[in-house]
Design a protein around this ligand. Structure first.
Ligand SMILES: NC(=O)c1ccc[n+]([C@@H]2O[C@H](COP(=O)([O-])OP(=O)(O)OC[C@H]3O[C@@H](n4cnc5c(N)ncnc54)[C@H](OP(=O)(O)O)[C@@H]3O)[C@@H](O)[C@H]2O)c1
Length: 399
């Protein structure tokens, strides 16, 4: 895969563009890193205050070519288009400006001849209720990518419960941002398999509507606009609220709760004190068939502790391109069903796009959790050998 920045931003499609990914940066650090690659390694890095001045003036543009390989032997080629929404301008005050940026990014994708476009992060939030705001008269399909995101969140929650030896059917599940596209999709997939589901968002009417739908399937449901109003502490939490910055404080949840933060930007405030909780970042997948960028944005556009990990919303467009299904798979808000989640999960898996290893801000989680699960099982057999079971008291001797 070749190509310079100049050829990426060119108007005429030089090569076939199967997919385009529209995104924006979550932090000033990642925005600075993107600008550094675009400017080239021979130039000195810009100071942070200059980056904050410049970024709002950069129009949406294609920044690199992306190539994705499939386990089934297929390859798809595409573009990453950054809308350059400044990280501190995701709030409601900037909605019009940001919709215009996403429209601009969509026009870039259409001009490049992209057959399918994934709307990443806030791009989908801005557009999912307003698909009519996208440029008209084109053969490009747009997908929010939220169905594959839901699939990876659900898989992650189940995996984390298994690693922690938790019984999901006995758990109380709290979903923050429950009436959103991602939150309601997670509710439809997981609520029938838990003891009780707690739905939280600000608009009570939308909460009531979702509760009625879930109750009709026999689910025990509680709704609240304030997290403190729920009657019990949640054992499992999914954070899927469209927050402009990491500001969520969960308050009253079980001390050892499993917490999936699926927000982009992250939902959970860095000041949230949950020492016993197992927090992981949700909605992420990994490409087994390889992923490459030109210019080389590896680790810049996908800043994760594992290679070839990408947000589910962007992977959905790539999976559909590999499958040659150029269609608006995830369209609108609130239509994600378990059947559609299974369908996109199967398409993605066919091409080697699967749940990414679990991690959080402190790094990878699975080795530690796997080890914990193995030791827990091992200590279960101790009484049968006539040995004491309380391994905590002699942990020093085991080392
Ligand atoms: N990991 C990934 O790959 C991935 C992919 C797609 C999306 N995402 C992220 O997932 C999150 C949700 O996306 P979405 O498409 O579902 O958004 P959405 O459809 O706009 O839904 C947002 C939800 O959050 C609620 N909400 C907003 N502000 C809130 C607050 N202050 N307190 C409680 N609830 C609040 C909204 O309801 P009310 O307005 O009634 O409060 C709604 O239920 C976003 O952060 C998005 O960037 C991640």
């Amino acid at each position: 895969m070749g190509g310079s920045v100049a050829s990426v931003s060119g108007r005429a499609p030089a090569v076939e563009v199967d997919f385009a990914l529209i995104g924006h940066q979550e932090s000033w650090r990642s925005a600075a890193d993107v600008l550094a690659v675009l400017r080239g390694s021979e130039r000195t890095a810009l100071p942070d205050d200059e980056i904050r001045d410049i970024l709002p003036w950069i129009p949406p543009r294609a920044v690199c070519h992306v190539e994705v390989g499939s386990n089934a032997g297929a390859t798809a080629r595409g573009l990453y288009i950054d809308s350059f929404i400044p990280p501190d301008r995701l709030g409601p005050a900037y909605v019009h400006e940001n919709v215009a940026r996403v429209r601009g990014a969509a026009a870039c994708a259409i001009n490049a001849g992209a057959k399918i476009v994934s709307l990443g992060g806030f791009s989908s939030i801005l557009i999912e209720g307003n698909f009519d705001q996208l440029p008209e008269k084109h053969d490009t399909a747009f997908t929010t990518g939220n169905t594959l995101t839901v699939a990876f969140i659900v898989q992650g929650v189940k995996k984390m419960c298994a690693l922690q030896g938790r019984n999901l059917p006995r758990a109380t599940l709290l979903i923050v941002g429950a009436t959103g596209d991602v939150g309601s999709g997670c509710a439809r997939c997981l609520a029938p398999g838990v003891r009780c589901v707690q739905l939280c968002a600000r608009n009570v009417e939308r909460l009531r509507k979702l509760a009625v739908e879930l109750k009709a399937d026999g689910v025990q449901v509680e709704i609240a606009t304030d997290l403190q109003q729920f009657s019990a502490e949640a054992d499992v939490v999914i954070c899927a609220a469209s927050l402009a910055s990491p500001s969520l404080l969960l308050g009253r949840i079980a001390a050892d709760a499993i917490v999936c933060d699926a927000g982009y930007p992250k939902n959970l405030s860095p000041t949230a004190e949950m020492p016993g909780a197992k927090v992981f970042f949700g909605g992420l997948g990994q490409v087994a068939g390889g992923l490459s960028f030109a210019p080389d944005f590896r680790g810049v556009l996908n800043r994760h502790p594992f290679p070839d990990v990408v947000h589910g919303c962007l992977l959905e467009g790539m999976a559909l391109a590999l499958e040659r299904r150029f269609e608006p798979f995830s369209h609108g808000r609130g239509f994600i069903t378990e059947e559609r989640v299974q369908e996109i999960e199967a398409i993605a898996a066919r091409h080697g796009i699967c749940l990414a290893p679990l991690y959080n801000a402190d790094g990878p989680l699975e080795d530690e959790l796997h080890c914990h699960a193995e030791w827990s099982r091992a200590y279960e057999v101790l009484p049968r050998l006539g040995l004491p079971r309380d391994y905590r008291s002699d942990s020093g001797q085991r080392a």
